[in-house]
Design a protein around this ligand. Structure first.
Ligand SMILES: Cc1cc2nc3c(=O)[nH]c(=O)nc-3n(C[C@H](O)[C@H](O)[C@H](O)COP(=O)(O)OP(=O)(O)OC[C@H]3O[C@@H](n4cnc5c(N)ncnc54)[C@H](O)[C@@H]3O)c2cc1C
Length: 404
């Protein structure tokens, strides 16, 4: 039996250091500029692609870590560098997770590398679920996918909203309703290949935080895609729909399966922001003097820092546990994936606010990064399942009761 350990191994430590160095030397210095510009930081994505940090190979290698810790470690370090830029680098991974969760191995090999492109021509992926009237409630998606048997073509119609990389991506993975009577069980996921007519960008949203990450609408207007773009294939979908119509249990729901697999990594991004703010506030508290001594000598400040560090470390333990459980195929009997995202997301909001408080006026102005970190942190209680939805998942898992 292997010995229990929370130490990262040599490989994990090496990659952690490599990603950290990139975050420190490339992302941190650029963070303020791209937050102000509110644009996708193409030069940084290109730089990441050049060094091998933005590619399917890199992500596939991280996914393959038997302990499951590489993905959270990479996410934490990148978000420590800057959450907005980190999302610009990681948004494509969401699309890949959508392909991985529902596609065949052949579809993964065909489409996942196209979500990143090459160092000479970087590309983006987007995962499109949410709609104006269907965010948490993914069962009410209105985007329709209709099959045209004579031409083996799917025709997509609808509008997706708040999509990371939406409309500017090369590969869009779209969750649509095939049979509206069946709610979430009547949905399927599709790849819309680069340049497909009928897919266009709608409005781009101006946001509170993570402003280097593009968020926009995706309009699907008689968007025709080949039958081979249905993830998982027609036979599997027909079987799933037949089971649903007979009222039998289904093993997975297209959108939910993806979100479940990605939650600990999203929690790890929140953890990266929280850690950045804690470290910054600690250094500041040791330097800043008031009433003739460093402010850290006041229990009121030192105890805040003690609580911040405790919550940061607790977040990491929850994130690592859930990632390890996912990689080793443990049963998520208590909603451990949701716990990690819930706790890390709320910790990031809380820790960044404490950091502002510790820094007083300096914390509130853009001369220092903590106000940006606070703005960035808030999305982690909203996307990939709001805090309330995480609590719902956990409460249902622990009680066995269908709490509404
Ligand atoms: C910056 C950004 C990036 C995003 N990126 C993507 C993306 O790439 N792809 C994608 O598909 N989506 C994306 N989203 C959408 C995001 O996932 C949704 O905003 C989120 O799921 C919440 O949905 P909603 O906004 O419709 O809120 P609603 O579902 O309308 O919820 C409103 C409030 O009601 C609460 N609530 C709802 N139902 C319940 C319940 N049963 N019990 C208790 N409380 C409840 C919610 O927690 C929330 O507080 C993104 C959003 C943002 C802002």
């Amino acid at each position: 039996m292997s010995e229990f350990s929370l130490d990262l191994n040599e490989d994990q430590l090496q990659i952690q250091k490599w990603v950290h160095d990139f975050a420190e030397s490339v992302m941190r210095p650029a963070a303020h500029e791209w937050d102000e510009r509110e644009e996708t930081p193409w030069p940084i994505i290109e730089e990441a692609a050049k060094v091998g940090l933005y590619s399917f190979e890199f992500i596939a290698n991280a996914f393959a870590d038997p302990a499951g810790l590489l993905m959270p470690v990479i996410n934490e370090e990148l978000a420590w560098g800057d959450a907005g830029i980190a999302l610009a680098l990681l948004g494509s991974t969401l699309a890949v997770a959508g392909i991985f969760a529902n596609g065949t191995p052949e579809q993964l090999v065909e489409w996942a590398p196209q979500c990143y492109g090459s160092p000479d021509k970087v590309q983006l992926g987007a995962f499109c679920v949410s709609e104006a009237d269907a965010g948490s409630d993914v069962s009410s998606l209105r985007t329709r996918a209709v099959y045209e048997e004579s031409t083996d073509t799917w025709v997509l119609n609808g509008t997706k909203t708040w999509i990371t990389n939406g409309g500017i991506a090369d590969v869009h993975v779209v969750v649509a309703t095939v049979d509206p009577q069946l709610g979430a069980r009547g949905q399927a996921s599709f790849v819309v290949p680069p340049g497909t007519p009928g897919l266009s960008a709608g409005q781009k949203f101006k946001k509170m935080g993570i402003r280097a990450s593009h968020t926009g609408e995706v309009i699907l207007d008689d968007c025709r895609i080949p039958g081979s773009c249905l993830l998982g294939g027609k036979e599997k979908l027909d079987e799933k729909l037949a089971r649903a119509r007979e009222g039998k249990r289904s093993s997975s729901q297209a959108a939910l399966a993806t979100f479940e697999a990605t939650r600990p990594s999203v929690g790890a991004q929140a953890l990266g922001i929280a850690r950045a703010a804690y470290e910054y506030a600690l250094e500041y508290a040791k330097e800043r003097r008031a009433f003739g001594r460093p402010i850290v000598e006041n229990q009121g400040i030192a105890f805040k820092l003690a609580d911040m560090k405790t919550r940061v470390d607790a977040s990491r333990l929850l994130v690592w546990r859930a990632s390890w459980m996912g990689a080793t195929k443990r049963h998520f009997g208590s909603g451990e994936g949701s716990m990690s995202k819930l706790y890390a997301g709320e910790t990031a909001v809380w820790v960044t606010e404490q950091a502002i408080q510790i820094m007083g006026g300096y914390g509130y102005v853009r001369e220092h990064p903590v106000e940006r970190w606070h703005r960035d942190s808030k999305i982690y209680t909203i996307f990939e399942g709001t805090s309330e939805i995480q609590r719902l998942v956990i409460a249902r898992a622990i009680s066995g009761v269908h709490i509404i």
